[in-house]
Design a protein around this ligand. Structure first.
Ligand SMILES: Cc1cc2nc3c(=O)[nH]c(=O)nc-3n(C[C@H](O)[C@H](O)[C@H](O)COP(=O)(O)O)c2cc1C
Length: 330
């Protein structure tokens, strides 16, 4: 049984990756229902939180049904990070995760996200201070290093463990790679194989099939798989991986009825959470994947992604069910 602190999270847990504008409460709830063992919020700015910026604060919302849930924060200023730990704690997550991996310029230029990979001492210092400041387990998500020539992830992971980090998720790319090339899981396995390492090491990057998840477990020997893009608009990915682990066979893809049902619930939960306008707008990005592979679908997709009112989107779902109800997905 893999444990994050005292929290038991399964044999080879599947973790929903933190994804900006994707890993919101409705989507996390759907992934949880489909087998995700741990879900993470998108990253939340510590500076935004301490200034009580509405956008950041709203990201702290969690549903009981999605537990265990980790709230991810980012920043590079000790005082802001500590104050935001208190704010995060008050909203009752099971885990606090620190983002030391975001590669985007506006984050990195402030020394946050992957920017901190240029200053490992600060990374360790921030982690230590945050661990001491909360009773919740603190986990870290990071990349292999700043660039190919500066990969020191084995040493970095050990130092984070030594200051009390309870699990580490490693995306098998450097900051310099952004999202290019293939994720390299070899250095992640080196972290896991370090005899001094005893906290869970989760692999991340390009887990896009049940076979790849199994490879991460059996060939690379990691403790769990963190899954991002493969789940966008496809929360069934989690159950497909689990089914493959249990039976060695592939589960049939979700039927049209299941897809329409998921899309409906996703939209309804988003509206309940954020209101009609934002709910309709922010659920749009998921539909393409929910309904991928259906020929002559453009008319329906356009209605889903251009309508400003939920009634029209729900109507489009009904039309899809009526017209394509028997469609066989492969
Ligand atoms: C749309 C999108 C948003 C992301 N936002 C975050 C984020 O908020 N925090 C974070 O740690 N990583 C973020 N990531 C990175 C993912 O968590 C993950 O590390 C990366 O996508 C590689 O995993 P994958 O190949 O399974 O997608 C994001 C990725 C995507 C595609």
């Amino acid at each position: 049984m893999v444990k994050i602190g005292d929290l038991e999270v399964g044999e080879f847990p599947l973790l929903l990756a933190p994804m900006e504008d994707v890993s919101d409460p409705p989507f996390r709830a759907l992934c949880k229902e489909q087998g995700a063992d741990v879900v993470y919020t998108e990253f939340i700015s510590s500076e935004g939180l301490i200034r009580d910026a509405a956008k950041s604060v709203m990201k702290l919302d969690i549903y009981e049904k999605e537990r265990p849930v980790g709230i991810q924060i980012f920043g590079a200023v000790l005082e802001s990070m500590l104050r935001s730990v208190e704010i995060v704690e008050a909203s009752g997550p099971d885990i606090i995760d620190i983002n030391f991996g975001c590669p985007v310029k506006k984050v990195v230029s402030k020394g946050a996200g992957a920017g901190i990979l240029k200053d490992i001492d600060l990374m360790v210092k921030l982690t230590e201070a945050m661990v001491k400041h909360t009773k919740l387990p603190v986990t870290v998500k990071t990349r292999l290093g700043w660039d190919h020539d500066s990969i020191k992830i084995v040493e970095v992971a050990e130092r984070l463990q030594d200051v009390g980090c309870k699990a580490i998720s490693i995306h098998g790319r450097t900051r310099a790679q952004m999202y290019k090339g293939d994720a390299d899981w070899v250095p992640i396995a080196e972290v896991k194989n370090n005899p001094r390492m005893h906290i869970p090491v989760f692999g991340n990057g390009d887990v896009n099939s049940p076979e790849r998840a199994m490879e991460m477990r059996d060939v690379y020997g990691l403790d769990g798989a963190m899954i991002g893009r493969a789940s966008i608009g496809y929360p069934w990915f989690f159950r497909e991986v689990k089914h493959y682990f249990e039976t060695g066979t592939h589960l049939a893809p979700p039927t049209m009825v299941e897809r329409v049902e998921a899309a409906r619930r996703h939209l309804q939960m988003s509206i309940d959470w954020k209101g009609e306008k934002l709910g309709v707008f922010e659920t749009r990005r998921h539909y393409t994947n929910y309904f991928k592979g259906i020929p002559d679908f453009k008319k329906y997709r356009m209605k889903m992604v251009t309508s400003d009112d939920s009634a029209s989107v729900f109507e489009a779902f009904d039309e899809v069910l009526e017209k394509f109800g028997d469609f066989q997905f492969v």
